[in-house]
Design a protein around this ligand. Structure first.
Ligand SMILES: [Zn+2]
Ligand SMILES: [Zn+2]
Length: 156
């Protein structure tokens, strides 16, 4: 796999809201929690964790917030025109934001380092033996960050 070009760019479904990520993402994962199922309308969400200062969103963004099953307070930004989720974060900030791989202009590089919240996964979804899985929220993300770096997608 060759290096992915920065900035990463993406947009909502209607195109009114777009974004750029100026620095390499920190880690990726697939989240199977019920919140992600509801937000995406799908079986799971593909999350790209980026540094807060590296993300710039342009467009008619609106916000929402909720308490995650992990107990963390979360907020989300979505396109005010079409409602597509663009990013979400934690309150208070941990310096990281989540963008959804499906909104990237080029999602082809995306590969999850882990599947999380498998306890809430759709029963038909089969996890491969070599995939890293967590029943809930991973307590220590350092091994996942290292695994993502070993993919070699964003050479430093
Ligand atoms: Zn839109
Ligand atoms: Zn989730």
């Amino acid at each position: 796999m060759s290096a992915v070009a920065l900035p990463l760019t993406g947009r909502c479904h209607c195109g009114a809201t777009s974004y750029e990520v100026s620095q390499p993402p920190v880690v990726t994962y697939a989240c199977h929690c019920r919140n992600c199922q509801r937000i995406s309308g799908s079986a799971f969400a593909l999350s790209v964790i980026v540094r807060e200062e590296s993300l710039v969103i342009t467009g008619p963004v609106k916000g929402t917030n909720w308490v995650a099953e992990s107990g963390n307070r979360r907020w989300g930004d979505f396109c005010g025109e079409c409602g597509a989720r663009i990013a979400h974060g934690t309150e208070p900030s941990i310096g990281m934001l989540v963008v959804r791989a499906g909104t990237l202009d080029d999602p082809s590089w995306f590969q999850p380092t882990a599947h999380i919240w498998t306890s809430e996964a759709q029963p038909w979804f089969m996890f491969a033996d070599d995939e890293v899985t967590f029943a809930g929220q991973p307590q220590d993300t350092a091994p996942l960050i290292e695994r993502f770096a070993r993919f070699g997608l964003f050479p430093q």
